[in-house]
Design a protein around this ligand. Structure first.
Ligand SMILES: [Zn+2]
Ligand SMILES: [Zn+2]
Length: 297
C-alpha cells in the first residue's frame, strides 16, 4: 500500500466512494426489534466506509402507551432506554479517535403527550433528538388500507398539522422523513400541497429545526425522484433557509449512507452548497447544508 493511499479515507481504500456527504444521522440497531446488527456493528461499518460523523438514533420507547414494552418489534422497552444510552455513550468515547459519534434517539411526536416525552428526553444526555410523526388520524403512515377508508385530504391535513406541532414543540433538533406520508398514498393533490407546504416550511424555519434528507424512501419506492422530503416540500424549505442534513434511516449496517449519491446530485441541481457547516444542537454539532441567502451569494 502506498503512502498516498494510506492518507485516503478508509472507505476509499476499500473501494467505497465516499462522496461529499460524509455523515449519516439516522440509524437503528437490533434493540428496536426490526433492525439487524448491534450498535457497535453500525459504528464499525461507518468507520469502514470512512464517514466522519455518525449518529445513533434508535426508535425511542412507546411512552404514550401503557406498560414497559407496549410495541415489541417496533420500539425498545422503556426499561431498555438507559442501557441504550450507556452503550452509545461508551462507543462514542471508545471510537472518538476514529469517528465523531453523536448519541441520539428517534422520538415519536404524539399530540397530548408532550410532557411525558419532554421528561424522558431530559433524563438522558442525548446529543440530538430526531422528531418523527408516524401516525395520522390514529393510523400508521405505512398503513396502506387507511387511504381507502378515509378521504386522503383529511389524512394529509392531519399529518402536516402534527408536523407543525412537532416543530413548534421545541422537543426536537432534526425532523425526520418529513413527507413519509406520501409513501403509500395516492399522492397529495397539487392544490393541497401548495396550501400546506409553505405553512410547514415557515413553521420549521421559525422553530430552528434541521430537516433530514432521508433516503429510506428509495428502499420503499426505488423510482422516486427525491428522498423525503419530496421535491416541492424541499423547495419550500430551501426558500425558508431551513438547514438540511442526511439520514439513511438504516436498519442494517449495509444500509448506512444508503443512496447518498442521489442526494448529492439532487442538492447540486438545487444549487445547495455541498460544503457542510456545523449546526449547533443540544449537546453537539450536526453537519448541515444550507442554501445561499436569497438575493445574493
Ligand atoms: Zn425502524
Ligand atoms: Zn421513522
Amino acid at each position: 500500500m502506498s503512502l498516498t493511499s494510506l492518507s485516503e479515507p478508509a472507505g476509499k481504500r476499500r473501494g467505497y466512494t465516499l462522496g461529499v456527504i460524509t455523515f449519516d444521522y439516522h440509524s437503528h440497531n437490533d434493540r428496536c426489534g426490526h433492525a439487524i446488527g448491534t450498535l457497535e456493528d453500525y459504528v464499525q461499518q461507518a468507520i469502514v466506509l470512512g464517514l466522519t460523523h455518525f449518529g445513533m438514533s434508535d426508535h425511542g420507547p412507546a411512552y404514550w402507551l401503557e406498560g414497559d414494552h407496549a410495541q415489541p418489534g417496533i420500539q425498545m422497552a422503556i426499561s431498555e432506554l438507559p442501557n441504550y444510552v450507556a452503550e452509545a455513550m461508551a462507543l462514542k468515547e471508545r471510537y472518538a479517535d476514529r469517528i465523531a459519534l453523536a448519541v441520539g434517539i428517534e422520538a415519536d411526536f404524539i399530540e397530548g403527550h408532550e410532557e411525558k416525552l419532554a421528561a424522558w428526553l431530559a433524563a438522558h444526555p442525548f446529543d440530538y433528538v430526531l422528531g418523527s410523526v408516524h401516525y395520522a388520524l390514529g393510523h400508521s403512515v405505512f398503513n396502506r388500507r387507511h387511504w381507502t377508508a378515509q378521504r386522503p385530504e383529511r389524512i394529509f391535513r392531519d399529518y402536516y398539522r402534527q408536523v407543525i406541532l412537532a416543530a413548534k414543540s421545541g422537543l426536537f433538533d432534526i425532523l425526520s422523513h418529513l413527507t413519509v406520508i406520501d409513501t403509500y398514498s395516492p399522492g397529495i393533490p397539487e392544490k393541497l400541497a401548495a396550501e400546506l407546504y409553505p405553512q410547514v416550511a415557515a413553521a420549521i424555519a421559525e422553530s430552528g429545526c434541521i430537516v433530514e434528507l432521508n433516503t429510506s424512501c428509495y428502499r420503499k419506492q426505488p423510482f422516486w425522484d427525491a428522498p423525503y422530503p419530496n421535491l416541492p416540500m424541499l423547495t419550500e424549505l430551501i426558500k425558508c433557509g431551513v438547514p438540511l442534513t442526511f439520514g439513511s434511516d438504516c436498519h442494517a449496517p449495509s444500509e448506512i449512507h444508503f443512496a447518498r449519491s442521489k442526494v448529492e446530485i439532487l442538492l447540486e441541481g438545487l444549487a445547495i452548497s455541498l460544503e457542510a457547516q456545523p449546526n449547533r444542537v443540544k449537546r453537539s454539532h450536526i453537519q448541515t447544508f444550507r442554501a445561499p441567502p436569497r438575493g445574493g451569494g
